[in-house]
Design a protein around this ligand. Structure first.
Ligand code: BLA
Length: 314
């Protein structure tokens, strides 16, 4: 990274490759997600120029309310990248990575998504190239981006069994190669997760490098709205919200969700959660806050080995 271009605050943050080091690493933190982000940044800069996002000045480093945990944030932009941002949370009992890359609206390529939650007991993992458009019903988009990636998905589907039921809407944001898994803490699994992350990221980088700029205004709008819909979903329903609120309090957590993690939700469109997800709307027209209002489903992987959505789930 061209550190000379970074504003002063970022320069401080990146003096330790982006993250302040913790001196009191406790036994349960056998995993650190910093190297994942370091890999992604190094790999991205091999292919494209990144500049710090204006968000970097405000969102860089925070201590948790109890003073026992840290939150480290990085954000960049690139020629084809609207926002690349990462959040790493490290406390005595958990390690969290939330790393997402949003392409600019002129590109319809998937959103790169890595969400890893690690506690002493369990790991909750989502790693995916989240499709921007419907791949369950639209074959063209699926063929364009996922057909050639099915073998990669199958390899990791074997190593990481399906994580079980999830909020049913989530499945529409996942691709046939999604790694959705839970496992008990285990160093070997982290090594496999790290290789999965590297492979998925390299594949995604290839897609963005190859992507041609869309010039058709209606298609650009279609991409923009799809991103806005995605942001609207995640701001409202991200299962990490509870953890964030506990760590930094309601107000800061809400601000971080809207303005940093899912930046664009207030700028890229005017539609509301109820417009995009009417099934979540209660009779009175107010949003039902319960995550499981529609219920959780998909106990098993709903794609077959050819990457086709299994009919009976429809
Ligand atoms: C659980 N996180 C989950 C689950 C999913 C995801 C599918 C399973 C439970 C559910 O469906 O509600 C992740 N869901 C996603 C992602 C998308 C989606 C990535 O729809 C994208 C479209 N997780 C985080 C962060 C934290 C975190 C940052 O990403 C903590 C700060 C924690 N995730 C977390 C916890 C659970 C969870 C604690 C279990 C609790 C629960 O099920 O509500």
């Amino acid at each position: 990274l061209q550190r000379t271009l970074l504003p002063p605050l970022t320069a401080i943050a990146t003096s330790t490759r982006g993250f302040k080091r913790r001196s009191n690493c406790i036994p349960s933190c056998s995993v650190s997600y910093r190297k994942f982000v370091e890999f992604a940044l190094d790999e991205t800069t091999l292919h494209t120029h990144l500049i710090p996002s204006p968000l970097q000045e405000k969102y860089n480093f925070m201590n948790s309310k109890d003073g026992k945990g840290t939150l480290s944030m990085l954000s960049f932009e690139g020629a084809k990248i609207r926002l690349l941002r990462s959040l790493i949370i490290e406390t005595e009992t958990m390690q969290v990575l939330d790393f997402t890359v949003f392409p600019k609206a002129e590109y319809d390529i998937p959103i790169f998504c890595a969400n890893f939650f690690t506690s002493a007991k369990t790991n909750i993992v989502v790693l995916d190239l989240n499709p921007l458009h419907d791949i369950i019903n639209q074959h063209e988009y699926k063929e364009k981006y996922f057909k050639s990636l099915i073998p990669l998905g199958l390899k990791y589907a074997e190593l990481f069994p399906w994580g079980g039921k999830l909020t049913s809407e989530s499945i529409n944001f996942f691709s046939p190669i999604v790694i959705w898994t839970k496992f008990t803490s285990n160093p070997e699994k982290y090594d496999i997760l790290y290789s999965a992350f590297r492979e998925y990221y390299k594949v995604w980088l290839k897609l963005i490098c190859k992507a041609d700029k869309e010039t058709d205004e209606s298609q650009i709008f279609h991409n923009l709205e799809a991103q806005h819909r995605y942001l609207t979903w995640r701001v409202e329903k991200d299962p990490g919200q509870g953890v964030l609120k506990k760590l930094i309090g309601d107000t800061l957590a809400k601000d971080m969700l809207r303005s940093f993690l899912f930046n664009g939700v207030d700028e890229l469109g005017n539609k509301t959660f109820n417009d995009y997800f009417p099934r979540y709307c209660c009779q009175e027209g107010t949003l039902n806050k319960k995550g499981n209002v529609i219920g959780k489903s998909f106990e098993n992987r709903p794609w077959n080995a050819r990457g086709e959505f299994i009919e009976y789930f429809r």
